[in-house]
Design a protein around this ligand. Structure first.
Ligand code: NAP
Length: 248
């Protein structure tokens, strides 16, 4: 019997998972994207795009599609969709697995300053540097808009206003190499790096480059996970594959 699986995506892990499951005769996989990125990279299997209409909309979709399982492989900072997945799974009884890459942790030589929110990061930033490199993503510049600093920001698509008055934007998509990150920090004379604790390898080189250059890093903690009683969490796509195959 073929099992129908919904993967809530928008991450490198979701892409890898779709690739690993592609061609499995026992599983019919659909990856869901929010639709924020105009040209997302290639994805194996079926893809659907756009919101579901809240937790109730997602529950309705799971019922209509007779889904057998959901893997929430969204970004650790995408709190709303994860909360909706937990609620929809509870409402429908469809098993839910969370696939979450581990967060980053500081090593010897790192000068990390943790903030609980983007607003707290913005409050701490002026004491740490004058030429910040913002890598928080295109939706998250508003918190810094009022600061009179010389910002450099990197995002996949142009950032959403309101924006800081003094801002240069680099449009680019990871993965980023250590050599490129070193060169970028030097070229733009960055004196503080600002990031969310996204975790993963694709965007980790900036942290190494900052350590080598003895730069402070302002890092925003992940939002607390949505309450999801009975939901298992794995950290790798391979573990998610094992969980799905065990459902049969
Ligand atoms: P969010 O705040 O948790 O979600 C906002 C709304 O977008 C959700 O309520 C849902 O709309 C829709 N949505 C989000 N992810 C979806 C998905 N995979 N499939 C269908 N609908 C989805 O999410 P976000 O922070 O804006 O992130 C949007 C997407 O970008 C996510 O898929 C996430 O994995 C990816 N992403 C986010 C970040 C980040 O820093 N937040 C970074 C990299 C990638 P409805 O309520 O209408 O269903």
């Amino acid at each position: 019997m073929t099992r129908r699986v919904l993967v809530l995506g928008g991450t490198a892990e979701a892409r890898v998972l779709a690739g690993l499951l592609d061609g499995d005769p026992g599983l019919a996989v659909t990856t869901s994207l929010a639709g924020r990125t105009p040209q997302p990279g290639p994805l194996a299997g079926q893809v659907r795009t756009g919101g579901f209409g809240g937790a109730a909309g997602l529950a309705g979709w799971l019922r209509d599609q007779r889904a057998d399982a959901v893997v929430d492989a969204t970004h650790p900072f995408a709190a709303a969709i994860s909360a909706h997945a937990a609620q929809a799974a509870l409402a429908t009884g469809v098993p839910l697995l969370a696939l979450r890459r581990p967060g980053w942790s500081a090593g010897v030589g790192d000068r990390w300053h943790w903030a609980d929110s983007l607003a707290e990061a913005a409050a701490l930033l002026p004491a740490l540097g004058q030429r910040p490199f913002l890598t928080t993503g295109r939706q998250d510049l508003a918190a810094f808009a009022g600061l009179p600093l010389d910002f450099l920001a990197r995002s996949v698509t142009p950032p959403d206003p309101p924006l800081p008055a003094r801002l240069r934007v680099l449009l680019d998509r990871g993965p980023f190499t250590l050599d490129a990150e070193r060169a970028l920090l030097r070229e733009h004379r960055v004196d503080v790096l600002v990031t969310k604790d996204s975790g993963g390898q694709d965007t980790a080189a900036k942290l190494t480059a900052a350590r080598e250059a003895a730069l402070p890093v302002l890092i925003v903690r992940r939002p607390p996970p949505a309450p999801a009683p009975g939901v298992s969490t794995v950290t790798t796509p391979a573990a998610a594959v094992r969980w799905l195959r065990a459902l049969r």
